[in-house]
Design a protein around this ligand. Sequence first.
Ligand code: ADP
Ligand code: MG
Length: 333
Amino acid sequence: MKSLLSISNLSKAYQANNIHALDDLSFECAKGEVISVVGSSGSGKSTLLKLIAGLEIPDKGKIILNDKVINNESIFVQPEQRDCDLVFQDFSLFPNMTINENIHFGKNAPSNKSMIDELISLTNISDLLSRYPHQISGGQQQRAALVRALANNPLLLLMDEPLSNLDSELKENVRRELISILKKLEMTVLIVTHDAEDALTISDKTVVLKKGKLVQLDTPKNIYKYPKSEYAARLFGKTNIVPLDMIPGAKHFFTQTSTGDDVVSVRPHQLILKQEDEQGSMPKIKGEVTSFFNNGRTSNVEIECKDFCFTAEIEDTDSLHVGDTKTFYVKLY
Ligand code: ADP
Ligand code: MG
């Protein structure tokens, strides 16, 4: 597929604190692709979006959007000349305009009338159109900001944690709508999120940033299953980092930079109580159950084995008791 956005060797240090917010970053984004950007706080996610939008100037590197160089050592295309929109975490709706005026503000909005009507109904904000931003809740502002950005139908949509201020039920609905809208419009999107579920459900690919460096680029599912570092593994949820020699047969492992040891990421639900294969070749971990607590449908069980503490997620804990020595089988990906 042809790349719509190309980032090469992009670096940015902020003079104020001499922090290398981005360090020699390169990746490509194809037309119609949704790429999520994940990383801990301060890893450079927002800086990346700001550089692409033209709100910050890189120290080095090149940005190409739709075959046009918008940034290199001699070119800087002004933000308003770049066909990309940035939705901020803090909504940034214009306070002196109604929601309706906000939504129709973008230069491409007049030609997208029917799509805008659909977006308004999908996000449930039709009753709020005559109000001003300060007259609606944070979650409503976030949905209105989302509609405004989508309504402009830019070549590239940049979203900085667009779902972060929504409560969990609303978030799930908006996320579902967002996925269907993005796919329907074949939008090309870079979406910053700290929520692995967002990355897994919304994006085709994920860029993992750590201290301004790209540490993994793959489908979110592959990063979840086959992380290349403890950092990437933990960004995608709870996991056990287990020495490779405790998990014979594991094909996917990585080397811990701090210790030089080869280790495997084993998600809690990969530890099971019953052996599932007939040959009996599943790796196993035998240890003492030190605690467990029910978290609704499943229970988190802590197991101690050879000085390691494992967490398993088990559905049926009727036969488990604290102090039991049990064998847990490892279902490898
Ligand atoms: P993220 O969005 O991943 O949390 P940011 O891109 O906002 O990270 O920030 C990356 C690093 O750059 C952080 O250490 C942050 O403190 C620093 N930083 C961001 N913006 C500025 C700025 N305007 N001036 C100085 N330092 C900044
Ligand atoms: Mg940020």
